[in-house]
Design a protein around this ligand. Structure first.
Ligand code: UDP
Length: 327
């Protein structure tokens, strides 16, 4: 069976990806420093505890497992934090990706899947965000991811590193089979914070701004179920292994939900009110980020099957009731 190296395989998206890869017949080798990931989420292949800032540790993983491809999930991913400490975001995200790309090329592993983000597009009022939209990030997180996209293009030109870039919209939900879910330390994401507030595990949710130029004044995002998102990665891996070459794909549903609409859905799913109050805008937040692309569907044959808001909240709510959940 072919091995694939999965950086960040102990994290939220990475662990779900490992499950999908194992189901598809690959051995996912998780490379993770466990600063934000969870060793117990690594259930589908070996765990290498290592740091992307240490090139020797990456080289050792390539030498031991000889992966046919790399899926690079490991990153700092919080918009708010990135605005407070941009240097840290540039150092870890860009430095880590650069080490990984160099190690992959040195090991002769030239298939690379990269988790990028809709935050690379920035705030583009009224513009349909497809893969050809000019990328103008407005926060350091998005800027660091955009820089890595450029690195991959340069590495392709210089060394033939073929890469698939996935620009994620807002990932949500949990494994519908209940084996995995979202848990961040600290948690900053809307849906888990909201459900924790409903469950009484956290104080009321604060709405970050109600004066955005959107229909109800709260930010609009395009939410995508984590299981659908990782299924696209398996298709992206096959795409690369079939020699189809480098390509970028948005991963979203094309449907936007405002923060208030998400809260209303949570009320319907849980049959409880969401305790909340209104706060200031969070620096770095775009008013609206909604994918306007069908490329993943038409070219990869991808089909989001679980991404109704109801199912995303139901699966996240079910995960939050499990004893393993450490929210
Ligand atoms: N949000 C909020 N309160 C919170 C957390 C998030 O109002 O406690 C809003 C946030 O401003 C954004 C949306 O919810 O508009 C989604 O934020 P999240 O952090 O989940 O994902 P991001 O869009 O930053 O990737």
């Amino acid at each position: 069976m072919d091995h694939v190296l999965v950086t960040g395989g102990a994290g939220y998206v990475g662990s779900h990806a490992c499950k999908a890869l194992a189901k598809a017949g690959f051995v996912p080798v998780t490379f993770d420093n466990l600063t934000t990931g969870w060793a117990e989420a690594v259930k589908f292949g070996p765990l290498v505890q290592g740091d992307l800032m240490d090139r020797r540790e990456i080289d050792a993983a390539f030498a031991q497992y000889k992966p046919v491809a790399v899926l690079h999930f490991a990153a700092l991913s919080l918009v708010g934090d990135s605005m407070k400490d941009p240097a840290h975001y540039w150092r870890v995200n860009v430095g880590g990706a650069l080490n990984l790309a160099e190690a992959a090329v040195a090991a002769g592993c030239k298939k690379f899947i990269f988790s990028s983000t809709c935050a690379t597009y920035g705030d583009q009022d009224g513009v349909v965000l497809d893969e050809n939209t000019v990328q103008k990030p407005i926060n350091a997180y998005g800027a660091s991811k955009r820089a890595i996209e450029d690195i991959l293009a340069n590495f392709e030109a210089a060394f033939g590193l073929e890469h698939v870039i996935f620009r994620y919209f807002n990932v949500a939900g949990a494994d519908p089979e209940g084996e995995l879910g979202e848990q961040h330390r600290p948690e900053t994401h809307l849906i888990p914070l909201m459900l924790d507030a409903v469950a009484g595990r956290r104080p009321a949710l604060t709405l970050f701004g109600t004066d955005y130029p959107t229909p109800d004044g709260t930010c609009v995002r395009d939410y995508i179920h984590v299981t659908d998102l990782v299924d696209a990665h398996v298709l992206g891996l096959r795409w690369l292994l079939d020699g189809k070459g480098s390509r970028s794909f948005n991963l979203g549903t094309g449907k936007g939900f405002s923060v208030k609409e998400v809260i209303e859905q949570a009320r319907l799913v849980t049959n409880r009110e969401v305790p909340m109050n209104v706060g200031d805008r969070r620096p770095g937040d775009a008013a609206a980020l909604v994918s306007g692309s069908q490329r993943a569907e038409t070219e990869l044959g991808w089909e989001p099957k679980h991404s109704s808001m109801g199912q995303m909240i139901r699966d996240a709510w079910a995960w939050g009731q499990k004893p393993e959940y450490k929210g």
